[in-house]
Design a protein around this ligand. Structure first.
Ligand code: GFB
Length: 315
């Protein structure tokens, strides 16, 4: 496939470069002949409109990748819906509108598979967006992500901006957030099982029924997909990015326990929410363009555990 957009010698701003996704993008873009620019959090608060617009106007990126987000697992989302909605909505509108004003050539906005309705046919096609009610535990986050995606679509329709958006499934990997309460399921379970091994604990409780199904993607694969889209995609409709496979939380817990060496019991705390029963995305749009994920779940989980071991002492 011939590339339609070149990254060569372009100035690319990765908004959110310190996060799991942003840092994977920095690693991936090292092999492209482009110039990466970043803004430190202390220097720029993306929820502030004027400051964000000024920063973009002054630094004049050719390309913007919107990887900044307030993200977290099911309980963090559910307990702070106002913060998840406000922070993500304001960051999206400030970065997207600021990029429009500064004449940015191309922008890639990143959302999440939680934008889709709770009870929806699987695998989920891009066009199922807004066809039903959202999962209540992450409604605030999902509304913000839908607004960002729609902003890209509308700026393209009204002003011809080359703004595209991609919706990844559940992500994990290097630079993930490890916190038993606030993080997503993979880092939380790595932490819980590892501590159980070290402290000789024989029973670990995990949240929910264990029956929900989730699709996971290693973050470096997402970064590769983002570069692929920047080079090859310019349509206004968003694109799903996933691995194409899902797994139950119970099975995932068994895989992580095996990798970490935990041999005790796993029990399910049904007082904690399950969230969506299933959210497997239809990835045929991406695969028909020629992109597929490279890292299988077992290998990705091993890398995530290695990363955890490398930072365990400092968290
Ligand atoms: O990773 P997670 O928080 O993401 O949870 P969601 C996935 C599933 O794992 C849920 C279960 O059914 C949880 O109940 N689970 C079991 C656990 N044990 C744990 C644990 O110790 N920690 C966590 N976090 N989960 C988030 C959304 O939903 O996914 C966000 O709230 C976002 O909006 C993100 O879209 C990708 O897939 O349930």
């Amino acid at each position: 496939m011939d590339e339609i957009f070149s990254l060569k010698n372009k100035k690319i701003w990765i908004a959110g470069h310190k996060g799991m996704v942003g840092s994977a993008l920095c690693r991936r873009l090292e092999s492209e002949k482009c110039d990466i620019i970043v803004a430190q959090k202390s220097e720029l608060d993306l929820t502030r409109q004027e400051k964000t617009e000024k920063w973009i106007a002054k630094n004049k990126p050719d390309i913007v990748i919107m990887a900044a987000a307030k993200a977290g697992g099911i309980i963090a989302n559910n307990n702070a819906q106002a913060d998840f909605l406000y922070d993500n909505l304001s960051m999206a509108q400030n970065v997207i509108h600021g990029s429009y004003k500064a004449g940015v050539n191309k922008l890639l906005y990143l959302g999440s598979s939680c934008i889709y309705p709770k009870n929806i046919t699987q695998p989920i096609k891009e066009e199922y967006l807004l066809s039903g009610k959202l999962e209540p535990t992450n409604e605030g986050y999902a509304i913000a992500k839908i607004a960002g995606l729609k902003l890209c679509e509308k700026y393209k329709q009204q002003y011809g901006c080359n703004f595209i958006s991609a919706m990844p499934c559940n992500l994990y990997g290097v630079n993930d957030r490890f916190d038993e309460e606030k993080s997503h399921v993979i880092p939380a379970l790595i932490m819980k099982f590892h501590k159980a091994v070290v402290q000789n604990i024989s029973e670990i409780s995990i949240w929910g029924s264990g029956t929900p199904l989730r699709e996971f993607l290693y973050v470096d694969d997402l970064a590769d997909a983002c570069v692929f889209l920047l080079k090859n995609y310019s349509d206004s409709s968003h694109v799903n990015i996933g691995s194409g496979y899902d797994i139950s939380i119970a099975k995932l817990a068994e895989m992580i326990a095996h990798i970490v060496g935990y041999k005790g019991n796993i029990i399910f705390d049904k007082s904690k929410p399950d969230g969506m029963k299933r959210k497997l995305m239809d990835i045929s749009k991406m695969s028909s363009m020629g992109w597929i994920a490279k890292t299988n779940l077992n290998d990705g989980l091993k890398k995530a555990y290695e990363y955890y071991l490398s930072i365990e002492k400092i968290i």
